[in-house]
Design a binder for this molecule. Structure first.
Ligand SMILES: Cc1ncc(COP(=O)(O)O)c(C=O)c1O
Length: 368
């Protein structure tokens, strides 16, 4: 029987760095500090340096990172935040949790990023923030969005949860807008062994507000200077992330290599393949193709032992919980089309070239 190819396999990654992970876990256990200690401070410094940004603040998840970034910017009830509907629901959940109104707009189909024209059309006097999401590891075309935001004095919050290490015009994402959020959910290009996230910014005041907000507004223990919450990154996750950060560039390079092999193998196939914009370095968090008969296509792959995923089957404005947005948003043709057509092929650094060839051959069979 042929070997199954999973959509993602973290065991292989962890086996390849097991000794380093064990050492990090033992170090934390021996030290006996579990919340906001030296590992978190070191990870924050190392991650900020990696991103080329002045400040990184470790928090409990990517969703919290988005929420805390918005709160630090003073965004809440009465404010509007422009975001894509074709994204992880977390992007929109975080906006709603601040009390602000998500204004969901359409995307363009090259990078799956916010469509600048749709952004302009959605601006009102209440718009306080534009929230581009670097989906699948492909940087959004930020320059037009930054131009719109600057002209209208609107903040830009980048959702970098799927784009650790991706760059736009040779500079890493996360430092282009006013503030940015990362998720370290285990399956991300940089993933913890549990939940985790970070807010990054070059603005010292915003950084300080995020630091206060993540722990009850404390500067010193038990004295709340502002109203905050508990959203801390723990020492164990920080220690794990420090290990994995050392491998991130090599892992991203390997993903790009594998993506190029897919692109070469599939160049003649009648489907929409991912694009690598010349101004950017795509880090292929996902390798996403589009096909009008996606479900049939997915079943064909599954019948040959190849597992795939759909990111995402329903755009946020059509989710049952967001009925409040459905009417307000109307139709978003490209986002709705993506939900019907996108398919994420197996993509992780530990895949072999032989496996990529096998997936590609099974795909090519679908067209014959
Ligand atoms: C684009 C995007 N934004 C936000 C999040 C939320 O991150 P988390 O799961 O760490 O809360 C994720 C990950 O699921 C994501 O992919």
């Amino acid at each position: 029987m042929t070997q199954e190819i999973p959509a993602i396999d973290l065991n292989k990654q962890h086996a390849s760095i097991r000794a380093e992970l064990d050492e990090a876990i033992t170090r934390v256990l021996t030290k006996g500090t579990f919340i906001l200690g030296g590992e978190v401070v070191s990870f924050e410094n190392e991650f900020a340096e990696y991103c080329g940004i002045a400040h990184a603040i470790g928090v409990a998840s990517g969703t919290d990172a988005l929420q805390l970034a918005l709160l630090a910017c003073g965004i809440g009830t009465g404010d509007e935040v422009i975001a894509p509907s074709h994204t992880a629901v977390a992007t929109v959940a975080a906006i709603e949790m601040t009390g602000a109104k998500p204004v969901l707009v359409d995307i363009e189909l090259t990078r799956f990023g916010l469509d600048p024209e749709a952004v302009v059309a959605a601006i009102t006097p209440q718009t306080r923030c534009i929230l581009p999401v670097h989906l699948y590891g492909c940087p959004v075309d930020l320059n037009p969005i930054l131009e719109i935001a600057r002209a209208k004095n609107i903040l830009v919050l980048e959702d970098c949860s799927q784009a650790h290490g991706a760059s736009y015009h040779r500079r890493r994402v996360g430092g282009w807008g006013d503030i940015a959020a990362f998720s370290f959910y285990p399956t991300k290009n940089l993933g913890a062994l549990g939940d985790g996230g970070a807010v990054v910014t070059n603005n010292p005041e915003l950084a300080e507000r995020v630091r206060l907000l993540r722990q009850y507004g404390w500067k010193e223990r038990y004295i709340s200077h502002i109203k905050g919450m508990n959203s801390r990154l723990d020492e164990l996750q920080a220690a794990i992330l420090r290990v994995k950060l050392r491998h991130l560039d090599a892992w991203n390079a390997r993903r790009r290599e594998l993506a190029n092999l897919y692109l070469e193998m599939l160049s003649g196939a009648d489907m929409a393949l991912p694009v690598q914009p010349e101004d950017s370095e795509h880090i292929f968090h996902q390798f996403v193709i589009r096909h009008p008969k996606r479900d049939e296509f997915q079943a064909h792959l599954r019948a040959h032992g190849i597992h795939t995923l759909v990111h995402y089957p329903v755009p946020v404005h059509l989710q049952p919980a967001y009925a409040n947005l459905t009417q307000m948003v109307g139709t978003l043709p490209k986002s709705e089309r993506c939900a019907r057509e996108v398919l994420s092929l197996p993509m992780y650094p530990e895949l072999s070239e032989e496996e990529i060839r096998r997936v590609s051959q099974v795909i090519l069979k679908f067209f014959n």
